[in-house]
Design a protein around this ligand. Sequence first.
Ligand code: SF4
Length: 687
Amino acid sequence: MEKVLTVCPYCGSGCQMYLLVENNKVVGAEPANGAINEGELCLKGHYGWDFLNDTKILSKRLTKPMLRYNRDEPLHEVEWDEALDYVADRLKAIKEKYGPDAIMGTGSARGTGNETNYVMQKFMRAVIGTNNVDHCARVCHGPSVAGLSLIFGSGAMSNSIPEIENADCLLILGYNAAEAHPLVAKRIIRAKQKGAKIIVVDPRRTEAARISDLWLQLNNGSNMALVNSFANVILANNWQNDKFIGSFTEGFDEYRKTVERYTPEYAQTITGIAPSLVEEAMKLYTHSKNSFILWGMGVTQFGQAVDVVRGLGSLCLLTGQIGKPSSGVGPVRGQNNVQGACDMGALPNVYPGYQAVTDAANRNKFAKAWGVEKLPDKVGFTITEVPHAVAAGKLKAFYIIGEDPAQSDPDSAGLRKALTELEFVVFQDIFMNKTAHFADVILPATAWGEHGGVFSGADRRFQRFRKAVDAKGDVKDDWIIIGELAKRFDYDLTYKDTEEIWNELISLCPSYAGATYEKIERQGSVLWPCRTPEDPGTDYLFKGNIFQTPSKKGIFFATEWRSPAEMPDEDYPTVLCTVREVGHYSSRTMTGNCWGLAKLADEPGYVQISEEDAARLGIEDEQLMRVTSRRGSVMARAKISDRVKTGAVYMTYQWWIGACNELTIDNLDPISKTPEYKYCSVKLESI
Ligand code: SF4
């Protein structure tokens, strides 16, 4: 039996593991001693590999290219040349007729390596001639990247995941680590065991709230008011770090003026949190030696998410709780390579290494390296803008790699309409998911376990993942498919192997320049920035309190709280908030096709409802109920829980039955364009 060292394809923790292989078949998985997991895996890591052996488990693996020349016809299997010729002909025709900005492409954060994301964004920019490339960070931690970039000049976690357990205080907001990143949750528990104080801000009594020293059960949608009141209390008690503010920051006076209005008494009218709790929380945060702020989708999936992220970063500036071990900001990224898809520039505003497309020097550098005369200078569309751009007649073609927007994007009916109205849809993936049904052409790719490369973990950690088995069926690696497509545009985008791609990309990105395959292998992982051959990488950012903004200073920010776009009313009196469940990953295409995981978590989308709301509506536990918003209506089973606040219900977004995105609203944060998945109004009925 062969043991192949690789990295788990599910959450962004980046646990290292072995796939156990016999006769080209995976027969098991074992934890490896990676920096994050130290010999442990959660259930998804242990049991999430069945789809590598069986291509017809629950929903069929894609094993042959398919196309239809007419949308009235069913998709039929074809040879690769026919499929790729057709894709190239249609994309060329659309580019010729409407211009390059009528074409949109995605990278992928789901088991697809950094090398593929690099090649995809290069294809869109150098071959198609547009910056319309994006991926699912847009619907999760897009606000963290945007907000932290504005405050500190860097949008990633400031400190590594292992540092969590050595913090003296953890301030955890809207982050259910036990469900999202079980091996990060372990670090939180270890921190508690070592004596750290844990403050949890969440409307739900999550696992972290259960072990916390202080649980602030705020009203849904009130984050900004609470964060402002945190700052107010720090200043009112003179707990700020004046030396740090004077030496390393700017914008303090304006900031002070705004947060002064948010006395805890005033904030309580919005948040519902007692002033004494706000004061106690900030006393712990400011008086601890090393305080670390962690957050998840409960911060980022709101219409005012970037502002809140900037507010959290400002708490670090106010107190000097940054630029040292176990102290800073931790937006823990969700999908296994969502950090990597960002690192590789699968974003509409930056090239790989976060180099702005609007900067002429960057454009010239990449144009020269990629052998094209010029590159587009206009920031492209985000994926959440696709329905609006299609409705406005601006987008005509969509090349989707490893994403399932028909399941995962808000307001499913609106998204389905957009996919139908597009002139041409190319879908490149491993499963026949919901989005695939809208495709004109389907290009089947190899899965995690069938190809190798580099993933970026949530804490900026480059790690090698490896091929364990040969793919079954007539499928190709994503980067090879894109290269073969580019040939049809007379552009050479072919590479010998992923290392050749990697060497090209690190040569163009100063922050990654020293992170060779050899170094990643030798060290086990490399945290960027890693600028030179001698540089081992960077565990925590901003040493010496030097930030990466143009002035090298941290930039304070506060603003007024805005209410979510759709507040409860007489017709739709209850708040709906979307969440995830630990047994499954993303829209379940991978985990739903693993026997062990499908058996462990087999209840389609339930509705978590408080005892009071259930009693008022006459709803019993496990009873079918109907949930309706202004955009759609679904049936799901009730799960009565003492962990949720009355007036709000929670649904997991991972299921096709009881799909909560039929209900959600596509109100977007104005800066990051991230949808407000955490707040819309619904009505509940017993069936
Ligand atoms: Fe680790 Fe996340 Fe995989 Fe679980 S799902 S084994 S926590 S990387």
